[in-house]
Design a protein around this ligand. Sequence first.
Ligand code: GDP
Length: 486
Amino acid sequence: MPTFAAITEEIRLATAALGEFGAGLINPTVRLGVTGLSGAGKTVFITALVHQLLHGGRLPVFEALTSGRIARARLEPQPDDAVPRFDYEAHLHALTTERRWPESTSRTSELRLVIDYQSARRARNRTLTLDIVDYPGEWLLDLPLLTTRYAQWSADTLRLSRTGPRAMLAAPWHRYLAALDAAAPEDEQSAREAARLFTDYLRACRDDRFAMRLLPPGRFLMPGDLSGSPALTFAPLEVSGDQAPAGSLWAMMERRYEAYKDAVVRPFYREHFARLDRQIVLVDALAAFNAGPDAVKDLEAALAAILAAFRTGRATLVSTLFRPRIDRILFAATKADHLHHANHDRLERFLARMTERAVGEAKFSGAEVDVIALAAVRATREATVARGRESLPAIIGTPFEGQTVGRDVFDGGTEVASFPGDLPEDPAALLARDGFKGLTAQANDTDFRFLRFRPPLAEPGTSGAPTLPHIRLDRALQFLIGDRLA
Ligand code: GDP
């Protein structure tokens, strides 16, 4: 039964949505959600996209730009006063001046870009407002909590933590849990210790070597302002039955679990998610390939959960009645510059395969969906390197200082050729647990998997602004906003 406060809140949001809808008729606006799990490439993507639009970068497939119909793009103050602004300038400075990757996304932020253009048919001057909303994909993985009670969530989370590499990583937490009595009187120290060990387990799963991605609740690894609050100081318990004894540790954990939903999950859906018109989901598939079949399976499960959020998230809120549904979703495999171009289509096929069922459902509900492999900022170039009698496709980039591969230690200034290997022709080979084939090493036994390259040297372009090379960013833009600039 919704409370009076919840109904009042719905009315407020519905009124705001109606106002936005009206404003959108006069001044067309697209709210573009940019999401993806931690490290997928959201910050780099938004920075590159905004930079290319502001300075008219090389975007051959982005028709409105190549045909000369975009007169000007500029940043304007964003519509939501209580949301942090996406710090485009600082991120660009990091990329181009310091040649380092910017700080990653750890919270929701927003940026407004206004594009003056000429319509294609009547050559009329028009304006499109693009509100870009950056938010962690982890927030979407929290949606199932809304319909799951604490006892069920505990059981599901514990079951998952006993599978694959998770079991080993969860061992210290499981040991502590075994000595804990859920029916014992509530106790702050026990709750804190359980939450700490549970969070350590989640963090260990996220490590590059395991690259697990299905790790709710999302705020445990990105706590922001809520760090240390009771709403983040809970963890699953071994419970039997479904009624917590009054005053027990179980009752305390349950109360906090519910507080997490009220303070974190519901507001995100209402304030941000329900208002999106278009969506790009960035996926770091390479990180999963590198970690092995368990990570690929985990990523697949996380993507299925994200897609389920698109399906159900909007249907549950009254305020969404006043806005059209998300009508375009783009899935993008990022960091394609880590592969030779012969592999870009294979990467795309893999992602298409991984999202195929969910994509079918999205299409059924009227949304247009596409899949792409891209690099928002291309840090490498390609070359062919002779090895004995063979000539091998290689990629050349500048690894960060202090990284090592084999016996080589890099200085942060010298370019090296690396041999990333090939993805299998058939995406099924990447999804098979038995006979899993990730990137096949070609040249020798050298392991280039975890090599990280510095961003490219950004040369000044014709406008004087630094240019940022990319792979297929123009195709992404054409799909996401091309029709709105027609
Ligand atoms: P976020 O957590 O989704 O915001 O991820 P970021 O945008 O911060 O990206 C995480 C890391 O991935 C960066 O620090 C880079 O190392 C790498 N990365 C992201 N995009 C690219 C890209 O286009 N090319 C390359 N080579 N690396 C990228």
